[in-house]
Ligand binder design. Sequence first.
Ligand code: ADP
Ligand code: MG
Length: 622
Amino acid sequence: MKKKEKYKFQSEVKQLLHLMIHSLYSNKEIFLRELISNASDAIDKLRFKSISSPEEYHNDSDVWINISTNKKNNTLTISDNGIGMNKQEVIENLGTIAKSGTKEFLNVLGQKGKKDHQLIGQFGVGFYSSFIVSTKVVVRTRAAKNKENTGIQWESSGDGEYTIDEIVKKEKGTEIILFLKPEEIEFLDTWKIRNIVNKYSDHIAAPVKIFNYDEQKKIGTWDQINKAKALWTLKKSDITKEEYKEFYKHITHDFNNPIIWSHNHVEGTHEYISLLYIPEKATWDIWNRENKHGLKLYVKRVYIMDDAEQFLPNYLRFVRGLIDSNDLPLNISREILQANSITQNLRQGITKRILQMLEKLANTDHKKYKIFWNQFGLVLKEGPAEDTINKSVIANLLRFSSIRTNSPEQILSLSNYVKNMIPGQEKIYYITSDSYLSANSSPHLEFFRKKGIDVLLLSDRIDEWMMNYLTEFQEKKFQSINKNDESLNKLIDENEKKETYSETENENFIKKIKEILKDQIKDVRLTYRLIDTPAIVLTDSNEMTTQMAKLFSAAGQTVPPIKYIFEINPNHILVKKIMNLNNDVLLNEWIQLLLEQALLAEKGNLDDPNKFIHRMNKLLIN
Ligand code: ADP
Ligand code: MG
């Protein structure tokens, strides 16, 4: 036999171990959940292999996860007869962090400092959590494929190094021996172990057994301490809320509770069970393009794969849970899954269920729906573009800020907006801007405020894009108020057009402005929609809005400069003053200033801010 070999942990592992030990001290017991979960995964993997490649893997009907204690040595041992590992796998799985996402996660944690240590609960803390309670961990494992009695022993004190050794091991599978820290020997207590297993691992499919020694009778027995029935196969009425929540934590490794879930046994053309959860918190990588998401896939109770994203549209990527199909073949691969018509069918069914679950939440529990919206609203806003079939259902789930709600918090639904429309109002009005504040203070709103017409205030980056796809709600068209809109004139009373000047005087004034501004603008006209603002700019109805142009240029695309329509408020005191000017040079300066002001309000910046400042100062002194 070869000599013991020494290896160094990858630096990320050291970092992770350090973080974990310092941030999970208040929730130490989860190490047992993690180890049982790994054992259960190993059993699932072997069962899958024995079906997909029976010539290489033998199928045991008898599977187990055994827990035993040794009070003399202060050791706790968790063993399974699952797939096991060969040397290469041991080095990869227990010496490095293979998952690129985890590395990124550590970087994020590193940047944000201590506060976000709780985030660590959002991804599987996994095998390394054994070091929270142990001074030393020994792993003895034999790959199921290996027909000889040889295995690998891995050993480490979690301080930067581990050793690898060849050993004799009679049975396939993995045995993990924890040498408990002196202050953690409570984990040797059978009742303590039972409690933890009941709490976290009751519904994993494999039986978890604990070794019980009867001092009087001098005999030991292996007692099963979990229910060992896949939770999702049970009837809804036989499952408690607590069990649903614990199962969620088991499959997601999330420390938080889910907000809501939906469990369905579906019969019909396709038979399947789905158990779908909405988390309370978004995962740290929800905006990462390579973010792993999707459902756990089972076929006829057999575990097939994690993160089967084929069953969820992208805009519902925050949903966690599982699907167990009776119709898909057991040897299905990701590629085949993608093209499979059953997959498409199940995906539609699951999408409907999720939307229904959200609708129910929105209608019955505003507080929880608010939590949901704050976490996932931005993701859901991708929906109208991605899923045209369910567009109107998704529209119902959206929430907005508006003039009426008078708060940056997005709480207004479209159906409530429609209920509050004033007589004569035909459209749903909205404004897009960089921030809630700039939307809320836009001069475009003056008219709507005066008329008591509500306007949706949109300031998320995705909003402008979403509104391209969201064109109607309950047969009402959406209208951007940054754009020219003839229908607004219907809402203006004739007597509001009280004018101090005659038509010819107005016409002359406009002609002068056109001469001054030439091709700086598309058109000039008078407006009766403004009150405190002398002038604004609008884009024409068939043109890109300012916000859209900004998004394009932020994405590195060149956009031609927007030609605005310049509107002047003849009832404004400043405009009246300007109309009376006899000095053409001065008039020119004032008109340029009004345009610059309007552009500043619309765009939030100017091409040449200094020119604007000089002009204003000059006019102030004058
Ligand atoms: P995760 O379970 O999220 O993959 P872990 O840190 O819990 O991460 O485990 C790392 C890897 O070690 C597993 O993916 C698996 O390949 C391997 N492993 C851990 N425990 C066992 C076990 N009992 N049997 C076989 N492989 C295991
Ligand atoms: Mg794990």
